[in-house]
Design a protein around this ligand. Structure first.
Ligand SMILES: [Cu+2]
Length: 162
């Protein structure tokens, strides 16, 4: 029997590989909820039948409507899309596209709460929906006011090697 691949090692390498990025520390909030600054495209993944992340906050830094861009990668086995709606009104989105592809879209949004959904068939009812919140807050650098105790960010065992 073969040994399973050293998944732990791969994970460590992957983590090490993303150090030093300019996107700031995101406090470990991966998966369900992410926060982005203005001008920062939101990366979504689609599967049957959900989006990841499900909840996105855009700190637009202004009370005026601003362009929110997003990129959807279809990781599923059916065609999907991603649209932004408010009160049933479509505000923008990607085309419907095939599995394995990536499409982008955008919507011009003022501060508020919006619905994200896949418009294909009954996908939204099956779970392909989410929430987009646009705030007037400014995102400045890594310092995240919501992250409690930002002093121990290096405590995760990523020790420096000589
Ligand atoms: Cu769908």
């Amino acid at each position: 029997m073969r040994k399973p691949p050293p998944a732990a090692l791969v994970a460590v390498l992957a983590l090490a590989g993303c150090g030093g990025g300019d996107d700031g520390g995101d406090g470990g909030q991966k998966g369900d909820a992410v926060t982005v600054g203005h001008n920062q495209p939101i990366a979504f993944g689609a599967t049957e039948y959900s989006f990841e992340p499900k909840t996105v906050t855009v700190n637009a830094g202004t009370s005026k409507p601003s362009v929110v861009r997003f990129v959807l990668r279809n990781n599923g086995s059916l065609a999907h899309d991603l649209h932004v709606e408010k009160d049933g009104q479509d505000l923008g989105g990607t085309p419907i596209f095939a599995p394995g592809k990536t499409e982008s879209g955008q919507a011009t949004l003022g501060p508020g709460t919006y619905e994200l959904l896949c418009t294909v068939g009954d996908h939204a009812a099956l779970g392909m929906k989410g929430t987009l919140v646009v705030t007037t807050k400014k995102t400045t650098r890594p310092a995240d006011p919501d992250a409690a105790g930002g002093e121990d960010k290096d405590a995760g065992g990523e020790s420096e090697e000589p």
